[in-house]
Design a protein around this ligand. Structure first.
Ligand code: SAM
Length: 254
């Protein structure tokens, strides 16, 4: 899988070198390229923003560097991946479709993701229109119903959720199967040794007996029930039928 990221803060993406993601890169499972949007400006100050037309607070990202940067990154990717290669262009955006595990599953099967990190009040709307008119596939993805300063943190979260689902990245693929949200439920409670633990306040806490029984069928049934109970208690919304538009794979530009 190839991942390109366009940002005005390339250093923000340094954690992509760490942990499982860093190992996936070193193992050749993902090819991550981070690009500085300011490299696609042509003035002394490397300007990427201007005041909003129509008035209002804050600044808006200018269309020229974005169009040039996106087209340049796509052209460079096509040189390596082939002329037919086409990225899914992901714009982290609080007004986008909620990014969910189903989205991560779907995107983990894509050969090429291109992330465009907004800053300030966001990106000039005509960039989305231009890309859509040129036939590119766009997705606006929200990390949640709150506002971050920029798309970089969202890219780190989305990339981690997506890349761990790429075959070979997580050593034991079975560990991905029963996780929270993989089947629409939250994961059951987890325990490890010692089976009987004396907490610092002197309380003795034992794991549920069934986990020591060796009866795998009964353990599986217990875990399934715990998953259901936990989901009903903490996230009853997950047990309700999905609302139209939830966990959308791609979203229209506007
Ligand atoms: N003016 C925008 C609005 O009201 O919708 C918020 C802009 S925000 C300060 C700057 C950038 O942060 C956005 O363009 C987006 O890239 C990113 N961002 C902020 N919140 C986000 C979220 N919840 N999910 C994904 N990206 C987010």
């Amino acid at each position: 899988m190839r991942i390109d990221v366009l940002t005005i803060f390339p250093d923000y993406l340094a954690p992509l070198e760490l942990s499982l993601l860093g190992k996936a890169r070193r193992d050749g499972l993902v090819d991550v390229r981070v690009h500085d949007l300011r490299d696609f400006t042509h003035d002394r100050h490397r300007t990427v923003d201007d005041s909003p037309l129509g008035g209002g607070a804050g600044m808006v990202m200018k269309p020229e560097p974005w169009a040039e940067a996106l087209e340049s990154v796509i052209a460079a990717g096509r040189e390596e991946l082939g002329d037919d290669a086409a990225p899914l262009i992901v714009f982290p955006n609080p007004a986008g479709a909620p990014f969910a595990q189903a989205t991560a599953q779907s995107w983990s099967q894509r050969p090429w993701l291109l992330f465009a990190c907004g800053r300030y009040e966001g990106i000039d709307e005509r960039v989305y229109e231009h890309l859509a008119a040129r036939g590119h596939e766009l997705a606006l993805a929200s990390l949640g119903d709150y506002v971050l300063n920029g798309g970089e943190v969202a890219v780190l979260a989305i990339t981690e959720a997506v890349v761990r689902l790429v075959p070979g990245v997580v050593g034991n693929a079975a560990s991905l199967v029963e996780e929270s949200h993989s089947d629409g439920l939250l994961e059951y409670p987890l325990y490890t040794r010692p089976a009987t633990w004396t907490a610092p306040d002197g309380t003795v806490r034992a794991v549920p007996e069934i986990l020591l029984s060796g009866d795998h069928a009964r353990i599986a049934a217990w875990r399934a029930e715990q998953s259901r109970l936990r989901t009903a208690e903490r996230r009853p919304d997950l047990l309700a039928p999905p609302a139209p538009g939830d966990a959308a794979d791609t979203a229209p530009a506007s």
